[in-house]
Ligand binder design. Structure first.
Ligand SMILES: [Zn+2]
Length: 274
């Protein structure tokens, strides 16, 4: 599933190509992808609008249009959003095609069909419940020890589940939580409230370093993720623990273990993490 670094990479790619593109037409091939408004309204009202920029909040892509509206895209499991200068050969997984006046196109491709798209005025973005409920951005100054303390001390949840909780911090998923916990030397099963202040500081820094490193390598591709130009990421070659079970830890040589924490496959080093 695309996480913050993948969505950020797509956003940066779209930022380079979308501003100034005026919509000529919209082809919807799978109505289930469009959450709001109705498909008819979506296809009728988007033509004539021009993209002005691209943003991101957590794992949500926010594409800005010149009438103060947003095209909000959540890729979920297998969604891809990519731009092409001209028509490409499409398959049955292309659920939405936006055709621009200059002949270029924006495609939404989604094998599992869990991805979701909304078009709404900026002022109504808070009606998207998951978006409105997001915690702070992990790369912002708001994600600090005092915030961490304010949210953890009464909870008995384990640290992995807490980091996956989008209302605690936005944009993390299974890959980067496992990587950040390894980098900070903390076991995923540790109760969040048991973390010492130095551990909390180290974890916040580790989350930020892992995310920035992954963004610089344009995200992680195992199967589905592609950037806005349709290219794979490279961070899968830089992972320390995720999907490395039965391989030696890059820090200490101990074999990486896999277990299930918070309902998710979880990778950790039994020597480096405690
Ligand atoms: Zn190790």
């Amino acid at each position: 599933m695309p996480e913050l670094p993948e969505v950020e990479t797509i956003k940066r790619g779209l930022e380079l190509v979308l501003p100034g593109k005026t919509i000529e037409g919209v082809d919807i091939n799978y109505a289930g992808s469009i959450k709001a408004p109705s498909c008819e309204e979506f296809a009728r009202q988007l033509p004539g609008l021009t993209f002005t920029g691209a943003g991101r909040r957590g794992k949500y892509l926010l594409l800005c249009l010149d009438d103060n509206s947003l095209l909000v895209v959540h890729l979920r499991m297998t969604g891809r959003l990519f731009f092409c200068e001209s028509e490409i050969e499409t398959d049955k997984h292309i659920h939405l095609k936006i055709i621009f006046k200059d002949g270029s196109r924006l495609y939404f491709h989604d094998v599992r069909k869990f991805g979701t798209i909304w078009w709404l005025p900026v002022s109504r973005a808070c009606e998207i419940r998951g978006l409105a409920a997001l915690g702070p951005e992990p790369l912002s100054a708001d994600f600090d020890v005092s915030y961490f303390n304010s949210k953890t001390d009464r909870r008995s949840t384990n640290i992995k589940a807490l980091l996956l909780d989008q209302t605690f911090v936005a944009g993390l998923g299974n890959i980067y939580v496992d990587e950040a916990l390894h980098k900070s030397g903390i076991l995923p099963t540790r109760p969040a409230k048991s973390l010492t202040t130095p551990e909390r500081k180290k974890l916040i820094t580790s989350v930020q370093e892992v995310l920035l490193d992954a963004i610089s390598w344009r995200g992680t591709t195992f199967n589905d993720y592609r950037d806005a130009a349709g290219m794979s990421g490279q961070f899968q070659n830089r992972l320390s623990v995720y999907q490395r079970h039965h391989k030696p830890c890059l820090s200490c040589g101990t074999f990486i273990c896999r277990t299930v924490v918070a309902g998710r496959g979880t990778h950790f080093c039994p020597s480096c993490q405690s």
